[in-house]
Design a protein around this ligand. Structure first.
Ligand code: HEM
Ligand code: SF4
Ligand code: SF4
Length: 518
């Protein structure tokens, strides 16, 4: 499995880097595939409502009503039809890419199983919505789908061979059955919206709207497609004829040719096993359970920063339970915590400067507490013997910075770059532990822990608590937002930073630098 993930990452990463250069990271479609999926869904819903106004839900009127919409109202009705078709296709594409990317990034294990497991039924619901949609047009493609689907469904004991009988002759078809199909084509997408809501319920600040420029670009693309290749029907269905050459929609109907060549029961077995396998992927093989963050009430003043910064809604505020004069205290829900440490990086008590007492903070990771981070920092600094030395704090989901260690580069790894309290940068520079500090994290807008890079940038720019103190010389800090496979680029940038440091005066301490304190 690791091999497949690595292979996929090697495919995604260069594409993402290229798209970031073209679109800028904030508009990179790969960083907002889920949000684009939602955007397509809203287009499908809105265009679907318009089409429904003109749609005749009878078996004899359906085809002609779609023809009238397409040709008599080509300037709007026809465009809406194309929007409906192509946005549905787009949804399948982004859903597949989104799923593959989450898999490649290994963002489906542990407590993240929930989004993955609720994503699996979403695939079925999207496909069923599409198939029932094609059926409604009642052209020869619909006829082909109707016959194949009903024969396939009839293999299930609940139907017992009763549905396919409706499609033997033209007279066998009833309006009632057709109304049921219309109902399904509306009810399934509604259920899809509900399932998607559950899908993202555990994700804090889930990105459900893509960047404005992307929305505009997608709409324009659909509009162009609507005019150069409008969505059309095929010849009307006729149960007396066997449909000839059909233009297939491979996004939704890809498995229909399988129904032609494989026995239906085998296709059921295949679909069932594939769904089951997909569902249990988060537990295959069982990974190490990351211990959840823990709160130390003696060091918690109820400031809510951890709640605001946690990307997984894993911290809540509750009424104070220890009699301290603060109204609230932080409480971690272990079942939601991925152990990213961003909360520890946000807590005002997370400081390496305390010497009299052990550095214990309000909220911390049991397997990598702040006091160990300070020890690691000091040990790494002790390894620096060369000139223009750089202490690197590196997210373990970015490039393997450890491989770049030498006499003037020492690395401390972190579960996320935002797990680093900014006071550590101040500590390293003011205590002259190194000449510069480099922060290495995932590509901008593509953070493994969703907001780590954004929060860290905002802390340094003093836009988000905890701020990096004003006195810390910013020209001694370098940030490398970089992919896992960009080792050569990381090496180049660290060398350039080292040269930049060499041209500066030696690192200053808070006493001798004369830098203005905030
Ligand atoms: C059209 C269908 C889908 C839509 C619109 C959608 C949308 C979303 C959105 C908006 C998020 C939150 C992203 C963020 O803000 O970071 C998300 C997360 C996620 N999705 Fe989907 N999704 C879809 C299908 C799927 C499928 C089929 C799977 C896999 C079977 C899946 C797996 C995941 C996972 C694992 C996460 C959580 C990532 C994390 O914890 O960081 N999604 N999805
Ligand atoms: S480590 Fe902290 S920020 Fe990360 S998921 Fe757990 S509670 Fe949230
Ligand atoms: S950030 Fe620290 S002090 Fe603030 S509520 Fe969370 S644990 Fe308490």
């Amino acid at each position: 499995m690791k091999f497949i993930q690595s292979l996929l990452r090697r495919g995604f990463e260069p594409m993402e880097a290229a798209l970031s250069r073209v679109f800028t990271p904030a508009w990179n479609p790969f960083y907002q595939l889920g949000a684009i999926g939602f955007f397509f869904l809203w287009i499908v819903v809105a265009s679907g409502v318009y089409i429904y106004i003109f749609f005749d839900t009878s078996i004899h009127g359906a085809y002609s009503s779609m023809e009238r919409l397409t040709y008599d109202q080509w300037y709007f009705g026809g465009v809406m039809r194309s929007f409906h078709r192509y946005a549905s296709d787009g949804m399948v594409v982004v859903m597949a890419l989104h799923m593959l990317r989450e898999f490649a990034l290994d963002r489906f294990r542990g407590v993240r199983w929930f989004s993955w497991a609720t994503g699996t039924p979403v695939i079925w619901l999207v496909i069923i919505s599409g198939i029932t949609g094609y059926w409604l047009v009642w052209d020869q493609l619909a006829q082909y789908i109707a016959v194949n689907t009903t024969e396939w469904l009839d293999l299930l004991p609940i139907f017992g061979g009763t549905i396919a009988r409706n499609f033997l002759t033209n007279t066998g078809l009833s309006d009632r059955f057709f109304t049921l199909l219309v109902f399904l084509h509306i009810a399934v997408p509604l259920f899809l919206v509900f399932t998607l809501w559950i899908h993202i319920v555990r994700v804090s600040r889930a990105k459900v709207n893509p960047a404005f420029g992307l929305m505009a670009g997608i709409t324009l693309m659909l509009l162009v497609l609507a005019f150069i290749k409008p969505a059309l029907s095929q010849p009307p269905a006729d149960m007396a004829l066997v449909p000839g050459e059909l233009a297939m929609d491979w996004y939704y109907l890809a498995f229909f040719p399988l129904l032609d060549s494989w026995p239906g029961n085998l296709v059921w077995a295949f679909a069932g096993i594939a769904t089951l396998l997909l569902m249990v992927v988060p537990w295959l093989p069982r990974g190490r359970r990351v211990p959840a963050a823990v709160v130390d009430l003696d060091n918690c003043n109820g400031c809510t920063r951890c709640v605001e910064d946690c990307p997984y809604n894993a911290v809540t505020m509750m009424p104070r339970s220890d009699g301290k004069p603060f109204p609230q205290e932080a409480v971690v829900k272990p079942k939601l915590c991925v152990g990213c440490g961003i909360c520890a990086g946000a807590c005002p008590s997370s400081t390496p400067f305390r010497r009299a007492v052990e550095p214990i903070t309000g909220i911390d990771l049991p397997d990598r507490p702040i006091k160990v981070l300070r020890q690691d920092t000091e040990q790494a600094a002790a390894r620096l013997t060369g000139p223009s030395s750089i202490l690197v704090y590196s997210c373990r989901y970015s490039v393997a910075a450890k491989d770049l260690e030498n006499s003037n580069i020492a690395v401390v790894d972190l579960p996320c770059i935002a797990a680093l309290p900014p006071s550590f940068i101040d500590y390293v520079l003011s205590r002259k532990l190194a000449d510069g500090v480099a922060l290495v994290g995932c590509p901008d807008s593509g953070c493994y822990n969703r907001f780590g890079v954004e929060w860290m940038k905002d802390r340094i720019d003093r836009k988000r608590d905890p701020h990096l103190r004003q006195r810390v010389p910013r020209d001694r800090i370098a940030a490398l937002w970089i992919g896992r496979f960009e080792k050569a680029k990381a090496k180049r940038e660290l060398q350039a930073f080292s040269q930049h440091l060499a041209q500066m005066t030696p690192a200053h301490s808070e006493e001798d630098a004369g830098v203005k304190r905030v």
